[in-house]
Design a protein around this ligand. Structure first.
Ligand SMILES: [Zn+2]
Length: 405
């Protein structure tokens, strides 16, 4: 905590001048980047606001200082329209902007490394504390991903023998629905054919003691798993999921047949709440995740070939093969017994029954639930309209809730 205050002080003293900060080590800058982006000054970086613009200026200044080339449609920026009202039809009423920097190695191929920098402002749709009207600083989501992106840019620019270019994109409009990444894929600022892979970092700031990293998209290229296994550092465990579709910007690339990976250090109780703030971030963890991704980039450099393959859309499959749903998001990085709920959706059976994010489902009806697979099997046994009892663990309590499907 003390350390963080010192860095914040350094930043405040420097104001907009980046001269002294440039002398800080890249490792220190991880902390500075997160603390600044997640500070109240930026008011939660909601797309289309002054706070978003301040964040965009900061990121572009950092990229410029490193010697990246501006590669947006307007210098560093690529603006796009989006719909700011979740209940207001499809009107594109506001403007947001991506920040894009290019490490140009005059190669034919380009790797995209991306992370979104926007967040929920004072609690827009998507907030799990919408009535608080306090600033959602989004330190893990996703100042952490931007800090990793800037760190990687800083290190990779020193790699003189890269066989491909790298395009670093800080996306906006993610929280409103992947607007920035969709806009980029519709109007890419480099030839789309040259993009041979995309690595996304969304929430990499809460690496746990077990050092579990959830990596999705591993089925989108035949080469990914072997590359990742060779980059695994001792003491880490990787939770793979094959699908290229997920709730973040890599989805926009996968849908255009580009192999993707998404790095994620897991869910936590501060997700999409004002309490997702910089003192809770694992800064060494961001550095470690960055080292692993750096390793992946160097492996690719030795053999820049990725063979795209389509993956089963796990969500779609789930929706079509189940007659009932609970309306919740399972926590895929949870390793314990039972099925931990990541978040419950508005007005769906789980929420109506009083289930909460963080609850661990251990039984549905007479079916014990030991993991997410048993959870799915159990759901398969119910019909729409049927009623059953769901047993959950909430902290030290065991609760039984009535669910109507
Ligand atoms: Zn995010």
């Amino acid at each position: 905590m003390k350390k963080i205050l010192i860095y914040l002080l350094i930043f405040k003293l420097l104001g907009s001048s980046l001269s002294l900060k440039a002398q800080l080590s890249p490792e220190t800058m991880i902390r500075v980047d997160v603390v600044y982006l997640a500070s109240d000054d930026l008011e939660g970086r909601q797309t289309g606001t002054v706070g978003e613009a301040m964040a965009a200026d900061y990121i572009s200044e950092r990229m410029a200082k490193m010697g990246l080339k501006a590669k947006g449609s307007e210098e560093w920026f690529q603006s796009f329209k989006f719909n700011s009202n979740p209940h207001g039809g499809s009107q594109l009423d506001k403007v947001g902007k991506n920040v894009i920097g290019f490490l140009d190695r005059k190669a034919k191929k380009t790797l995209v490394i991306g992370a979104h920098y926007d967040h929920l402002g004072y609690g827009m749709a998507g907030s799990l504390r919408p009535d608080d009207h306090s600033i959602h600083n989004g330190a893990d989501d996703n100042a952490s991903g931007i800090a990793a992106l800037l760190y990687l840019a800083d290190q990779l620019k020193k790699e003189k023998k890269l066989n491909f270019n790298i395009l670093f994109i800080a996306f906006s409009g993610e929280e409103y629905g992947l607007y920035g990444s969709k806009a980029f894929m519709e109007n890419p600022t480099i030839p789309k054919e040259s993009i041979f892979g995309m690595i996304n970092m969304d929430m990499v700031g809460r690496l746990n003691k077990e050092k579990t990293i959830a990596i999705s998209g591993t089925g989108t290229a035949t080469e990914w798993k072997a590359i990742l296994e060779s980059c695994k550092m001792p003491g880490f465990s990787f939770n793979y999921s094959d699908g290229g579709i997920g709730p973040s910007d890599h989805t926009s690339f996968y849908l255009k047949d580009i192999p993707v990976l998404h790095f994620f250090t897991g869910q936590h109780q501060d997700y999409h709440k004002p309490s997702d703030d910089s003192p809770l971030v694992n800064y060494d963890g961001i550095w470690e995740v960055s080292q692993i991704i750096w390793g992946v980039v160097l492996k690719l450099n030795a053999k820049p070939v990725l063979s795209f393959q389509k993956t089963k859309d796990e969500n779609k499959q789930q929706a079509s093969s189940f007659k009932v749903t609970m309306g919740l998001m399972p926590d895929y990085v949870y390793n314990g017994e039972g099925m931990r709920i990541d978040a419950v959706l508005e007005n769906r059976p789980a929420q109506k029954a009083g289930l909460l994010g963080g609850d661990i489902i251990i039984q549905i009806g007479s079916n014990p639930v030991k993991d997410v697979y048993q959870y799915m099997e159990a759901l398969n046994k119910f019909e729409k309209g049927q009623e059953t009892e769901v047993t959950v663990k909430r902290k030290d309590e065991i609760l039984v809730k009535k669910v109507v499907f």
